[in-house]
Structures are given as structure tokens and as C-alpha cells.
Design a protein around this ligand. Structure first.
Ligand code: AMP
Length: 228
């Protein structure tokens, strides 16, 4: 089974993708994570894309596809993939369709997590991650504690509930989050509509405003009713 998971910044894609993958026995591939890993490795490609993602703009299609194709060569994709944050443009949607068709596969469902722009801004600007980028926490929702203060400017350094040092993503400042929200409305939402009208994909809209467990329950209901 192959599914797409979309939603504005901070909609909870990372959290919900873990559950969907467990339910369906597939692997998650997040193009955002792949892009951040490429930047962190400091490759030439990573350097060339940093300016897009750190401003909250979309990375050019050919670069995203180059990075994704590398990941899709691994064996674990053969049972099915949850594409997190991909496709984001019509070109990417076409590429995905072709890649799946070559393997006699097709997109079985698209989950679209919906939250308001205000919630998106609140979640992203107060969100911190572990240094490896694998876990996210929200300063208020998780009631994070201050671990220390920066020696240079005394800004607080927060720790996760189990004591790990947390850092802020470089696209988490309000103007950058606003660009990511605007890009979602301008580029990704129209593309989602096309997935339904032109590609005939089944789109399941999920209210993402509630707590993660409630959102998970709504998703599990959709899986039980439509994807089993
Ligand atoms: P995300 O973690 O999904 O919010 O993605 C973080 C950033 O990575 C985005 O703001 C874009 O700059 C870039 N990005 C992630 N996925 C894509 C994609 N499919 N196409 C273009 N840029 C992407």
C-alpha cells in the first residue's frame, strides 16, 4: 500500500506518520527529513538547497527528485511507502505516479491533516527538536524546562522531558513559518485538488486540531473503513 500524507507546517505529519506506517506495515519517507539530512551532511547539493528550505520556500523539483530517488533505491520501499510532504508540486505528483506505475503500484490514499494558520504558527514557532532532528517537542504543550542559558546571549536552552538538549529548526522563526504557510496555500493545496480531480486519488481530510491521540483515532477509523 502506498499513501501520501500532507498538511500545513506543524499539522502533526511526523507524529501521525509513525502510526499510519505501523498500521499499514509500510515505511515513511519524509522529503523534509531527507532535505535536512542532506543539508546537515554539508554536501554540495545540501549547500545549494539550504537557501530555499531555510527561507521556508520549496526546494526545486529536480533537486527533491534527485534526493528522493536515492532513497527509493533502498529495498525497504518494496512493501509500500508513506510519502510525507511529497508530492508538493504537479511535477512531483507526475514523477510519483510514474515511479509507482513502473512497479504495478498506485497511490491508495491521501491523508490531508487540517489545522488553522494560527495553530500552524503557534506549533511551529514554539517547536524544538532533539539535535538529531528525530523528536519534536512544543514549549507549551510539553511544558518544557529550561536546561541552561546560552553563554553568548543568555537565551534559554530547553531540555526534553528526558533531559536531551533541544534546538530550534532554522525555519521556525515567524517570518519563515509564514512563508511555509503561504507556500502551502499557494502551491500544495491546489496540487492536492488536482490529485483528486486529475489523478482520481482518494483524499481523506482529517481534523488535525485535536490532541495527537484523537487525530490518530480518526486516522485509524479511516484505515479500518477504507483501506483494509
Ligand atoms: P517539511 O519538514 O515537510 O515541512 O519540509 C521542510 C522544508 O523542506 C520545506 O519548507 C521545503 O523547503 C523543503 N521540502 C520538503 N519537502 C519538499 C518537497 N516535496 N518539495 C519541495 N521542497 C520540499
Amino acid at each position: 500500500m502506498d499513501v501520501i500524507l500532507h498538511g500545513p507546517p506543524g499539522a502533526g505529519k511526523g507524529t501521525q506518520s509513525r502510526n499510519i506506517c505501523t498500521q499499514l506495515g509500510i515505511v515513511a519517507i519524509s522529503t523534509g527529513d531527507l532535505i535536512r539530512a542532506e543539508i546537515k551532511q554539508g554536501t554540495e547539493l545540501g549547500k545549494s538547497i539550504k537557501r530555499y528550505s531555510s527561507l521556508g520556500k520549496l526546494v526545486p523539483d529536480e533537486v527533491v527528485m534527485q534526493i528522493l530517488e536515492k532513497r527509493l533505491k533502498q529495498d525497504d520501499v518494496s512493501n509500500g511507502v508513506l510519502f510525507d510532504g511529497f508530492p508538493r508540486t504537479a511535477n512531483q505528483a507526475k514523477m510519483l505516479k510514474e515511479w509507482l506505475a513502473k512497479r504495478d503500484r498506485a497511490v491508495d490514499a491521501v491523508f490531508s491533516l487540517e489545522i488553522t494558520d494560527e495553530e500552524s504558527m503557534f506549533r511551529c514557532t514554539y517547536r524544538l527538536s532533539t539535535e538529531d532532528g528525530k523528536e519534536n517537542y512544543h514549549i507549551y504543550y510539553h511544558k518544557l524546562r529550561v536546561l541552561a542559558r546560552s553563554e553568548t546571549d543568555k537565551t534559554p536552552i530547553f531540555s526534553s522531558p528526558n533531559g536531551a538538549r533541544l534546538v530550534m529548526r532554522d525555519d521556525a522563526l515567524p517570518p519563515k513559518v509564514q512563508t511555509r504557510i503561504d507556500t502551502y496555500h499557494e502551491e500544495t493545496e491546489p496540487m492536492l485538488e488536482k490529485l483528486e480531480t486529475n489523478f482520481n486519488y482518494k483524499i481523506f481530510k482529517v481534523d488535525g486540531m485535536s490532541k495527537p491521540d484523537a487525530v490518530k483515532e480518526s486516522i485509524n477509523k479511516i484505515i479500518a473503513e477504507h483501506l483494509r
